[in-house]
Design a protein around this ligand. Structure first.
Ligand code: G3P
Length: 223
């Protein structure tokens, strides 16, 4: 994905379902086309293929399962994400943690499939440990700040800066994202100033009164 970037995690908000999700994605596409900003969407799984086909933005999975394709009812192997048109996937989000052995298995498998991987970490120790798996990106998101109105960049700048330092000490090629409570241009700008390649966010756009306007304000922080 182009950097710096805003990765919009649509989670399981009803605003992201079906036709409403398509309309939200098209609004995000307009913002990206008008501003040149890099915006990536991580929609609910049922919408992924539709958005990959009809919206000119990279789409990522919110999760993938460490199972082989086959008789696996209700599971989503990374091959299914690729065939649906995904460019990558989040893994281990604090709202969808997976066992470490699954992360260990999925990172190389996604790489072989051409899927970029954003590993999500709750804290510095986890971020450092996950960096050792050499994903494309690590996103640090203190769970207690998720969904709130205080950005991780103002509440815990030392955690963001510390994550950049520790992750790059493991491998300088890994891009660092931060998220949780990111709501304003200033929050995004601060994230970039702290050394990240962008932010992972959700409620500041998905459930905003005017999602398109909210996103237009946020992308100004990438400049
Ligand atoms: O994946 C990003 C998400 O967990 C952050 O949520 O609502 O604080 O932007 P939010």
């Amino acid at each position: 994905m182009r950097l710096p970037t805003i990765v919009l995690n649509l989670k399981a908000y009803p605003e992201a379902f079906g036709k409403r999700g398509r309309a939200l994605a098209k609004a995000c596409e307009s913002v990206a086309e008008d501003t040149g900003a890099s915006i990536v969407l991580a929609p609910p799984m049922p919408s992924l293929a539709d958005l990959a086909r009809h919206v000119r933005l990279p789409v990522f999975g919110q999760h993938a399962d460490a199972v082989e394709p086959g008789a696996r009812t209700g599971w989503t192997p990374p091959e299914a994400l690729r065939e649906a048109g995904a460019a990558g996937t989040l893994l281990n989000h604090s709202e969808r943690k997976i066992p470490r052995k699954n992360v260990v298995a999925l990172v190389p498998r996604c790489r072989e499939l051409g899927l970029e991987v954003i590993l999500c970490a709750d804290d510095l120790a986890e971020a450092t440990s996950l960096a050792g798996l050499r994903p494309d990106y690590v996103a640090i998101e203190p769970p207690e700040l998720i969904g709130g109105d205080v950005s991780v960049t103002s509440a815990r700048p030392e955690v963001v800066a510390g994550a950049v330092e520790r992750i790059h000490a493991v491998d300088a090629r890994i891009g660092v994202l931060c998220g949780a409570g990111v709501k304003t241009t200033k929050d995004v700008r601060k994230a970039v100033e702290l050394g990240t390649i962008g932010v992972l966010l959700a409620s500041g756009v998905v459930i905003a009164k005017d999602p398109e306007k909210a996103l237009r304000d946020l992308v100004k922080g990438l400049r």
